[in-house]
Design a protein around this ligand. Structure first.
Ligand code: C2E
Ligand code: CA
Ligand code: CA
Length: 437
């Protein structure tokens, strides 16, 4: 296929001896321009599912050995395809196959070859892989674009979690273009006032009064309409825009406190979602102090919700940060509790005031005995650690009744109210009860 020899392109992955992503793209870029020998005609992007758990449990040496063995086994499935290590646990294959049937067969051969476990120093490792495939079309203008398409197909499969092999489709292309546009639009959208906040009330189940609300952001995009935070928050995180966005949310929250005070709701708390990555940004705490000074973030009434899943495992520095936040009068909640990796030991040292129990423990608590027992265990544990519980996602009266029976729990969910704007909140909540959330 007239490929150039490697040294010209430098870059080789030291562990597997495979081409790096840079070398891979560099080789392909040359051949992409060659009208006599156009190559590649398709790229397969593959990632091994959850491989990082092996290096967490067995260390980097095993990780390296495993990658070497993986590369060797993959090679047995290939003819003369160009093969590269395109990320930590990601490989890429460029091929001159372009018929869907042949490409699918190649991917299936790989999936089958990996089914056999890997024996490394007596331990058996079982690997699964996800493979995204992109075929050259008229709109594909570079090797980089083709690889991006294959990776995007792969990521979509990982998200769906049903199939291990899939092709990049025009819908994916449209989705990718929208994603790119949204990413580009975020900075200007803050200035243009396209982001706004809604509030979802939090209710003391047994006292029968409102404790506060969770602040939830919305984006009214001029072209695409309302976009869910589940879509744009990850994009903002990826692009670094999450920091200015969080500062915007804090300032708007501070303004909301002023309004709450005007209508006499002086005990009402507001919980703000703050990703751990933002807290770890240098000088973020100074920014919080600045907002507090300039706009007012009343002590004891702001709660920072940090998603359990994002809390760093190396906790020392993080705990120091949280303690400083608490000194500034902010409360800390662990969000989506039960979905992440927090161990009991970790929890004991974690200076949280609130556990927000994920809705997967709440939904159907009235019919599922196991859920009930789990919730009871979490409640006992929270009490022992002097933490409050907020139960999320309460949708049914029967769920609410069970949770109320535990006593002292704050509930949030569609059963009480959907997220609403400030005026609707004032209309709903005449008076906040004196709580210690
Ligand atoms: P979250 O922090 O777990 O927020 C709760 C989500 O559950 C909200 O979705 C809320 O509308 C929804 N919800 C509330 N009650 C119920 C219920 O009874 N049933 C069901 N099925 N859902 C319920 P929303 O507003 O779409 O936000 C989704 C996620 O986006 C949030 O999950 C949070 O992770 C993120 N998010 C939202 N606003 C912000 C923000 O201001 N900053 C950051 N960093 N993330 C935000
Ligand atoms: Ca939250
Ligand atoms: Ca949550």
């Amino acid at each position: 296929m007239g490929r150039k020899v490697l040294p010209q392109y430098g870059d080789v992955d030291p562990v597997t001896g495979l081409y790096s992503k840079t070398a891979f793209l560099s080789i392909l870029s040359d051949q992409f321009q060659d009208s006599l020998q156009p190559f590649p005609r398709a790229i397969l992007s593959m990632e091994f599912d959850d491989l990082s758990r092996f290096n967490e449990s067995f260390g980097y040496e095993i990780d390296d050995l495993l990658l070497q063995k993986l590369a060797a086994r993959l090679r047995t499935c290939l003819r003369n395809e160009l093969f590269a290590k395109a990320g930590t646990y990601r490989f890429a294959i460029a091929t001159d196959y372009h018929e869907e049937k042949r490409l699918k067969r190649l991917a299936e051969t790989i999936v089958t070859a990996l089914r056999e476990p890997f024996n490394i120093e007596g331990t058996m490792f079982y690997i699964t892989v996800t493979i995204g495939i992109a075929v050259v079309t008229e709109s594909v203008v570079s090797a980089k674009m083709l690889l991006k398409h294959a990776e995007s197909a792969m990521k979509q499969l990982q998200k769906d979690g049903t199939n291990h092999i899939g092709f990049f489709t025009p819908t994916d292309e449209k989705h990718l273009m929208t994603e790119l546009k949204l990413l580009k639009d975020i900075p200007g959208a803050i200035d243009r006032g396209e982001f706004y906040l809604l509030y979802q009330p939090q209710f003391y189940a047994d006292k029968g009064c409102y404790a506060g609300a969770e602040v939830l952001i919305r984006w009214q995009h001029p072209q695409f309409g309302e976009i869910s935070p589940e879509r744009f928050i990850p994009l903002a995180e990826k692009s670094g825009m999450i920091v200015p966005l969080t500062v915007f949310i804090l300032i708007e929250t501070a303004k909301m406190f002023k309004k709450l005070d005007t209508v006499g709701m002086r005990h009402f708390t507001l919980s703000v979602n703050v990703p751990a990555s933002v807290l770890l940004e240098q000088s973020f705490l100074e920014t919080v102090a600045f907002v507090q000074q300039m706009y007012g973030l009343p002590k004891g009434r702001v709660i920072f919700e940090i998603m359990e899943e994002t809390i760093p495992e190396n906790m020392d520095g993080f705990v120091t940060l949280l303690k400083r936040l608490k000194e500034m009068g902010m409360g800390i909640a662990i969000d989506d509790f039960g979905t992440g990796h927090t161990s009991l030991h970790y929890l004991m040292r974690f200076p949280a005031d609130v556990l927000k129990v994920d809705r997967s423990f709440v939904r159907n608590i009235h019919t599922d005995k196991k859920l009930f027992l789990l919730f009871r265990a979490i409640n006992d544990m929270a009490k022992a650690l002097h933490m409050k519980i907020v139960a999320e996602g309460v949708e049914e009266r029967k769920e609410a009744e069970i949770i109320k029976s535990f006593g002292g729990i704050v509930v949030q969910g569609y059963y009480y109210s959907k997220p609403i704007d400030a005026d609707a909140l004032f209309a709903l909540v005449q008076q906040a009860c004196k709580g210690d959330l």
